[in-house]
Ligand binder design. Structure first.
Ligand SMILES: Nc1ncnc2c1ncn2[C@@H]1O[C@H](COP(=O)(O)OP(=O)(O)OP(=O)(O)O)[C@@H](O)[C@H]1O
Ligand SMILES: NC(=O)c1ccc[n+]([C@@H]2O[C@H](COP(=O)(O)O)[C@@H](O)[C@H]2O)c1
Length: 274
């Protein structure tokens, strides 16, 4: 569109990826189509950030294998990459810190390109700590905007008491922005309507309607694997082979962390942190 500036976007998705599925990859394609259709954005990169072992979710296999599977799944993509910073941290890292890390990496990359003025401007905004209702500081900076990409279950989880800090939600949505893919069983518009904080920053939330509903979930994939059923066409072939080669998912692996629960996950199990 003539006269309208196009904002470059980097999409970041955080999750267990235990294992990565075709739907995780589809999320990126759906988000890119949606954003670029608006005429306001150009998606330049997608980052998959598998959670570290410190997350201690039941059945979460070693981060090393989850990373390797994500790398195999994205080897044919020319824009989706896997980043291991989060999974290499010795303890679980809240999502807002992962987002900040990637934002700072983007600033550092811009600095390398000698884009001094825009970097100075972005740093100034960071120090001021102000959030804008339309992330316009990034547009003015001229560099790409970082947005968190997630399924509607994550948006809904923002409303679960004590799972996410309100300040973290405000920073993720208010400062960076969120792209949310619909998932059956979740109603993102209702979540936004019911939450003061999401409502305040609603202009920074892009809800992407997935019409070809696809209920692939990593939990169902692990269940099928434990039962010796085929998971072909739910995951990239290279990932299926990797799982077979390393015999990754079994009744035993599903019991991993069964009695060790990280504080943010207590709501799922009622167990206490160790
Ligand atoms: N079928 C799907 N539709 C939309 N979003 C999805 C879908 N599957 C996963 N996601 C999103 O992908 C991201 C990473 O998800 P995660 O690794 O937790 O996978 P999952 O399939 O939801 O796992 P599990 O079934 O074990 O809870 C999250 O933002 C999640 O909402
Ligand atoms: N307070 C927080 O930052 C917070 C709380 C719960 C989950 N998460 C993140 O959301 C993702 C959820 O993944 P799962 O759906 O596989 O549990 C993970 O990346 C996890 O780190 C973040």
């Amino acid at each position: 569109m003539e006269g309208q500036s196009v904002t470059k976007v980097v999409l970041l998705s955080c999750g267990s990826f235990n294992p990565i599925t075709n739907m995780h990859l589809r999320m990126f394609e759906l988000a890119r189509d949606h954003l670029e259709d608006t005429g306001q954005y150009k998606v330049v990169k997608g980052i998959i950030s598998p959670v570290g072992d410190g997350y201690k979710k039941k059945g979460l296999i070693d981060a090393y294998h989850r990373q390797e599977m994500a790398k195999l799944a994205t080897e044919n993509s020319d824009w989706i990459t896997v980043d291991t910073w989060e999974s290499l941290q010795p303890v679980w890292v809240e999502t807002v810190k992962v987002v900040r890390h990637h934002y700072n990496e983007m600033l550092a990359a811009e600095q390398k390109n000698d884009d001094v003025d825009t970097v100075k401007y972005a740093k100034k905004r960071r120090i001021e700590g102000n959030y804008f209702e339309d992330s316009s500081h990034d547009k003015r900076r001229g560099g790409p905007q970082l947005m968190l990409l997630c399924g509607a279950d994550i948006l809904e989880s923002f409303g679960i008491p004590n799972l996410w800090k309100q300040d973290d939600i405000a920073e993720i949505v208010g400062r960076y922005g969120l792209v949310c893919i619909t998932r059956s069983g979740n109603d993102p518009h209702k979540c936004i309507h019911q939450s003061e904080i999401l409502w305040k920053y609603r202009k920074n939330i892009q809800v992407v309607q997935e019409w070809v509903t696809n209920e692939i979930s990593a939990t169902h994939v692990r269940l099928a694997l434990r039962r010796g059923r085929s998971v072909r066409y739910l995951l990239p072939d290279a990932v299926v082979h990797y799982i077979q080669e390393h015999d990754l998912y079994s009744a035993e692996s599903e019991q991993k962390n069964a009695d060790v629960v990280l504080a943010p996950l207590q709501k799922y199990t009622g167990a206490s942190s160790s």
